[in-house]
Design a protein around this ligand. Sequence first.
Ligand SMILES: [Zn+2]
Ligand SMILES: [Zn+2]
Length: 336
Amino acid sequence: MTVRLDDVAARATAQSLETILGELEAQPESPARTLAFDAVDALLQLHGEGLARIVTAHREGRLSNELLGSDEVVSQLLAVHGLVRSAARQEPLVQLERRKPTEEDAEDEIIDGLGDLATECQLCAAPITANHRHLLDGEARQLVCACDACALTFDGRAEAHAGTTRRYRLIPRRVRSLDATAIDEDQWTRLELPVDIAFMFMSSSAGRPVAFYPGPMGTTESVLPLPAWDEIVSKSPILATLEPDVEAILVHRTHGARDYWLVPVDECYRLAGAMRATWEGISGGDAVRSAIRAFFRRLEARDAASRRHQSGTGAVAAGVSLEQTTTILEGSCPTT
Ligand SMILES: [Zn+2]
Ligand SMILES: [Zn+2]
């Protein structure tokens, strides 16, 4: 049976809920924060639907014990709170079992399995999950796996506030698909990239834009012609906000594709690691193609999830289930 509240206790609970949501809102963006908001959205949606059905039934004079016990949504909600016994024949609305892995999951596992398997923070040795953040070590020019506390310490915003420069920089998390016209054919030619998949970013140590091509032997580095880079970056408002060293433009032009992305560099290295590990023969083979497909499908999911949260609508409103959201956010990150 649910705990009953008098009006004063209900008011206090509402107030504390508001405080909790305010604090959650103030948290830095993280998978846990996103999941918490999605869970709140889903619960509100289900409870709202239940109340609407009760009000409608009442208005139409259909409100009865039978209706409360048989309506799929209403009976489940009442059962969750111990207010009626759940109708035995119904499938529970909230499925707690793990769903069966699909072919797509298997592909995602390829990508995840090739990510780093770090279990502790490389700065403070605290335990970390597969979904940990990365820092760019500007001196050693490599990625460092970090716990949330260390990630927060090196958050660029905190750094700017303190007015200091640091050896480590937090790799951002934003993923955005760019317009197919972000790089036109003429600009592509002038970039002089000999491959279909590449990532490029402004390197502050080199003082110019650089490109990397993932392949069977790892990534190959080359410098980019500055005029073509400047032209591409200046014609797109979002690319003008590209953070040097830690955010890249990822290009995917295999089989006539014209996919351009703004991504954090750790994702680029994840793709490079997946390609190197699955590459077979001269052209790469089926395994590498499937790894590339899985990687870009996951970028699409992350892009969609972040757009949803930016526009302030929940996952439920966009027709995405909690399960799907969990899968989207489960991505681990690579260091190679
Ligand atoms: Zn740490
Ligand atoms: Zn890592």
